[in-house]
Design a protein around this ligand. Structure first.
Ligand SMILES: [Zn+2]
Length: 115
């Protein structure tokens, strides 16, 4: 049996055939999910998408239309937000390495002047 992974409202949009994902429809859904996850509240936030299309999951055309109805601007914003996070991590990494270097310099100076 094939199930619709984009289904959020029980009983709604459940008419019609369930269509299997392709690489392109799946990546569109992934981009949309990124937008929903960047929002504070979203009914789609908890949707789990598979890494690869497979035979047991799919979507109702209505669910897909509803789920992918996000603007390009929102997608870009969501991508930028996830980029910001990695920049923060990078900066923290640099601060940490500066601390490590000053620790070594300090230890070196102490050894140099004490001996
Ligand atoms: Zn559905």
């Amino acid at each position: 049996m094939i199930t619709c992974v984009l289904h959020v409202e029980e009983g709604k949009n459940s008419d019609g055939q369930i269509i299997k994902f392709t690489d392109s429809t799946l990546s569109k859904c992934k981009a949309a999910l990124l937008v929903y996850q960047s929002r504070e509240k979203s009914k789609f936030k908890l949707i789990q998408l598979p890494a690869q299309p497979n035979d047991s999951i799919g979507y109702h055309p209505k669910c897909y239309k509803c789920f992918t109805a996000v603007s390009t601007a929102e997608k870009l914003k969501a991508v930028n937000q996830s980029t910001d996070h990695s920049e923060v991590n990078e900066a923290t990494g640099i601060i940490l390495s500066i601390r490590m270097i000053s620790f070594y310099v300090l230890t070196y100076c102490l050894l140099l002047y004490k001996i």
